[in-house]
Design a protein around this ligand. Structure first.
Ligand SMILES: *[C@@H]1O[C@H](CO)[C@@H](O)[C@H](O)[C@H]1NC(C)=O
Ligand SMILES: *[C@@H]1O[C@H](CO)[C@@H](O)[C@H](O)[C@H]1NC(C)=O
Ligand SMILES: *[C@@H]1O[C@H](CO)[C@@H](O)[C@H](O)[C@H]1NC(C)=O
Ligand SMILES: *[C@@H]1O[C@H](CO)[C@@H](O)[C@H](O)[C@H]1NC(C)=O
Length: 338
């Protein structure tokens, strides 16, 4: 009986010793801001001088790091430069001599907005310069795809999308150049300070920039702003006035031309070839607007005509009114006999 209990007791003691001798690391946390990706952990039995082994695992990455003394490790060089924006986690074990602890897993982290991981890592929006040019606010910063060597393989076309916000109004922009420089064309009243905020809108990466960036205008800037608003208005008003003046002049001319100009031409220049030649008989009537009286028409007839206009009188004798086309667009009312 004793011979059986002896080895069992040794085994029990050994198992107990392994688990108490080398406990696993605790409180494994990951901090990932702006390419600095560091994993931290705690260890309860520091007097044992443990060494730590790390396994970094992603969908496209597997790295093993051994014999770390510190309670932190910088993973940045393993993750960047990246082509695939992966999600990762770290497995940690502690070892003392030949004894190894159990695994301790970190929670998952990623720089990719579309991957599911509890820790979403963020990149800083590059430093922004604000200026007032021609009364407009201009933002200027380095395109992060040119600025950060870590991102050289992430975006081949180097197109950076971002938005500039003033109040609740966002303006989206795209930039492929080394320096992104854009007038925001926000309409500002005269203000003590002009403030905007910027945000990256890039597909997979989250460029964060908290808070506003402000600029205080100088007197000159304010005058330029006011001029840039007022000058187009003055120009617009001038155009409207000009159009009105032209319309008024045109109307006046039309009224003046109501008396047929070709009639004037006929009277002043009757031999002009461009003017239709009318029989002398009609011409004589055109020069007189009065009803013509023929030689055969007696004075009595005319008096009858005046007494009963257009009733008992034979209309055949009445002066015939006719519209004569004198030229393009000119109609002359003439009178002749039936
Ligand atoms: C645990 O680790 C964190 C991060 O390294 C550190 O700030 C903290 O002081 C540690 N806690 C203990 C009890 O050692
Ligand atoms: C782990 O964190 C908890 C609370 O954050 C702390 O009480 C504990 O001491 C930490 N563990 C170690 C080994 O430092
Ligand atoms: C990580 O540790 C867990 C136990 O906590 C283990 O099951 C798993 O296989 C480990 N993964 C890797 C990649 O080592
Ligand atoms: C911002 O302005 C500073 C000082 O004028 C200048 O050194 C820096 O190059 C500018 N940055 C950008 C991105 O234009």
């Amino acid at each position: 009986m004793l011979s059986f209990c002896g080895p069992l007791a040794v085994i029990v003691i050994l198992v107990a010793e392994v688990s108490t001798l080398v406990p696993p690391p605790e409180n494994v946390t990951v901090s990932c801001n702006n390419f600095q990706t560091v994993v931290y952990w705690n260890y309860s039995e520091q007097h044992q001088h443990p060494l730590f082994d790390l396994k970094i695992k992603g969908d496209y990455l597997f790295e093993e790091i051994s014999d770390i003394k510190q309670h932190h490790y910088d993973l940045s060089s393993l993750i960047w430069p990246a082509k695939e924006l992966d999600n990762y986690f770290v497995n940690l074990t502690a070892k003392v001599g030949t004894e190894i602890s159990t695994h301790q897993e970190s929670i998952k982290f990623t720089f990719n907005k579309f991957k599911t991981a509890p820790i979403k890592c963020k990149l800083d929006f590059p430093a922004v310069n604000l200026s007032l040019k021609d009364g407009d606010i201009e933002v200027e910063f380095h395109n992060p795809y040119h600025l950060y060597p870590e991102l050289k393989e992430v975006q081949n076309n180097k197109q950076f999308e971002y938005k500039v916000m003033h109040g609740n109004t966002p303006r989206p922009f795209k930039c492929t150049k080394t320096i992104c420089q854009e007038p925001t064309s926000f309409v500002f009243m005269k203000e003590e300070q002009y403030c905007v905020s910027l945000e990256g809108m890039d597909g997979r990466l989250d460029f964060q920039r908290t808070g506003q960036i402000c600029i205080s205008p100088t007197e000159d800037d304010d005058q330029m702003k006011i001029l840039s608003i007022i000058l187009p208005m003055i120009f617009f008003v001038l155009i409207i006035i000009l159009i009105r003046v032209i319309i008024i002049i045109c109307k006046k001319n039309v009224q003046n031309e109501h008396f047929p100009k070709t009639l004037v031409l006929i009277l002043t220049n009757p031999h002009d070839k461009n003017i239709m030649h009318l029989p002398q008989e009609i011409m004589s009537h055109i020069s007189s607007i009065e009803p013509a009286i023929s030689a055969s028409q007696s004075l009595l007839d005319i008096q009858e005509d005046e007494d009963s206009p257009g009733t008992g009188y034979d209309r055949g004798h009445a002066p015939l009114q006719m519209d004569l086309e004198m030229g393009p667009g000119d109609v002359v009312v003439g009178y002749g006999h039936a």
